[in-house]
Design a protein around this ligand. Structure first.
Ligand code: UDP
Length: 230
């Protein structure tokens, strides 16, 4: 299965070339830039800090607030400025993907703010955003149970694939399964599916994503080591 090749000459189970760097925004408490091929995202983290508006305060835990935004020039049809239904949904699922890795109860009455800006999009932006956010949270020195690692797998042109490009996602039979996990325990914190697929292929797609997450985990740890040494 790994022998067949794709429009960009990747193997079916190969991730696009990855670039990861922690600490790219001077004024944030933590930050990171992550690239998967042409998909490029910057994440910045602030906190734990006093929460405004105060009515959002929770006496039992910190409130994790994620923002996902696609910049107007990130896609081929210039995108309208600002938030829409898609970015609101993505902020919600990304928050839920990151929360299990954090010790929010250790910082009551505060907020942890995570801003994710999609600089360039070629599919897989939610996964890239989760990887960048997780690195940025670690860069901010916020305690974590594990890094959260994410990739999408799926199907295009009758093949099961890892880390699809937009061209592949546009195939008639495309199935897109974004997944996030904490690799140390194998806990899955995000699993979505767009498209119709058999239970057998669903299992294979999840396995592909799991193997992909483990490779991404190594790249995330390398990015942290590059900044903080061994
Ligand atoms: N996309 C776009 N315009 C939009 C939203 C999405 O061109 O307003 C493209 C973009 O390349 C994105 C891809 O469609 O990465 C797939 O979007 P999806 O909602 O599946 O999320 P993603 O795969 O980026 O997590």
């Amino acid at each position: 299965m790994t022998k067949k090749e794709r429009p960009d000459n990747r193997k079916l189970d190969e991730i696009r070339p990855m670039k990861m760097k922690a600490g790219v925004i001077k004024r944030a408490d933590g930050s990171a830039q992550v690239e998967f091929g042409l998909t490029k995202v910057v994440a910045a983290v602030y906190g734990p800090r006093q929460i405004h508006p105060r009515h959002q305060e929770d006496a039992t835990k910190s409130v994790l607030r994620c923002r996902y935004n696609m910049l107007p020039f990130s896609v081929s049809d210039r995108k309208r400025q600002g938030y829409d239904r898609r970015s609101t949904e993505l902020a919600k699922v990304i928050t839920e993907a990151l929360e299990p890795a954090l010790f929010l109860e250790e910082f009551p009455k505060t907020a942890i703010d995570v801003d994710m800006e999609i600089v360039q999009a070629d599919a897989g932006t939610r996964a890239a955003a989760i990887n960048a956010a997780s690195l940025a949270i670690a860069d901010a020195g916020i305690p974590m149970r594990d890094l959260v690692t994410s990739v999408a797998a799926g199907r295009a042109n009758k093949e099961l694939l890892l880390d699809m490009t937009k061209e592949e996602e546009d195939a008639e039979d495309a199935v897109d399964v974004p997944m996030a996990m904490m690799p140390r325990t194998g806990k899955i914190t995000l699993l979505q599916m767009d498209g119709i697929v058999t239970p057998q292929d669903t299992e294979k797609i999840i396995c592909l994503a799991e193997v992909g997450c483990k490779k991404i985990y190594e790249a995330q740890k390398k990015a942290l080591l590059e900044k903080y040494g061994s």
